[in-house]
Design a binder for this molecule. Structure first.
Ligand SMILES: Nc1ncnc2c1ncn2[C@@H]1O[C@H](COP(=O)(O)OP(=O)(O)OP(=O)(O)O)[C@@H](O)[C@H]1O
Ligand SMILES: [Mg+2]
Length: 240
């Protein structure tokens, strides 16, 4: 029986000879919002790269719906239902909004739903609809971040991994971004969220894992960690 939607067990990840993640285990259950937090360089993005097939773990296993991802190519992982919006968005800046979205719907199982997926993307991100024939490169930073997420959901993921979606956005856009993440989750999309905006992340996350220098340090419910004095002192800049 499959215990968790995503189950990461004892994973070591390297860049060449340099180890970035040591023996990390965690899991994500279906329809949850789970967050990964930690200081710069803690290994958060590296872990998402490991799950999405960009880096292959030297040790450990990563199961999605009971299927091991560790020998899969990134596009096979997307096809299986795991989409990753990396830091820095990686859009096709000279293609239009529509072309970027259409490229997101590359897994064959999503093709019959192309029209429905576009409608869904534009209902979640009405600002993009107005810019449908503009190039991605001409959008504002916030709009580009929305396009990156909209493109990822065109692949109709079960699990959506977001790497710092609020980075560099104006406060009003940050608020909107967190609302959109919650709206996607209410539609049934499971979210694995990496964020530096720790306070707002803990408010919306069902469960939070804290990484420190490549190792799992602690975990708990979002609201429980907000009240945890050790966590407050280390990550929220408060005195306990
Ligand atoms: N392409 C790379 N080549 C070599 N080392 C890397 C590379 N990317 C990251 N690292 C190293 O791996 C470690 C983990 O980095 P990672 O980017 O996963 O951290 P992070 O938690 O996402 O940090 P940030 O909050 O700054 O995004 C760091 O020591 C970093 O210097
Ligand atoms: Mg990172």
């Amino acid at each position: 029986m499959v215990k968790h939607l995503l189950e990461v067990t004892g994973v070591d990840l390297f860049y060449g000879d340099a180890q970035a993640v040591w023996d990390v285990s965690f899991h994500v259950d279906g329809e949850m919002i789970v967050a990964l937090v930690g200081a710069n360089g803690a290994g958060k993005s590296t872990l998402l790269h490991g799950i999405s097939g960009i880096i292959r773990p030297k040790k450990g296993d990563i199961l999605f719906s009971g299927i091991s991802l560790i020998n899969m190519k990134p596009e096979e992982v997307v096809t299986l239902g795991v989409s990753h919006v990396p830091e820095g968005r990686r859009l096709f800046s000279r293609l239009t909004v529509l072309e970027n979205l259409e490229l997101g719907a590359f897994p064959p199982r999503t093709r019959p739903f192309l029209k429905e997926s576009l409608d869904r993307a534009f209902s979640l991100f009405p600002a993009l609809k107005k810019r449908i024939h503009q190039t991605a490169g001409s959008l504002s930073g916030g709009e580009q971040q929305m396009l990156a997420i909209a493109r990822a959901i065109m692949a109709r993921p079960t699990l959506l991994m977001l790497d710092e979606p609020s980075l560099g956005l104006a406060p009003v856009m940050v608020k909107l971004m967190f609302e959109i993440i919650q709206a996607l989750n209410r539609e049934g999309v499971t979210i694995l969220l990496v964020e530096q905006n720790v306070h707002q992340t803990l408010e919306i996350a069902d469960h939070v894992y804290v990484l420190r220098t490549g190792r799992m340090e602690l975990s708990g419910g979002g609201k429980d960690l907000l009240r945890n004095p050790d966590f407050q002192q280390a990550y929220l800049g408060m005195r306990g």
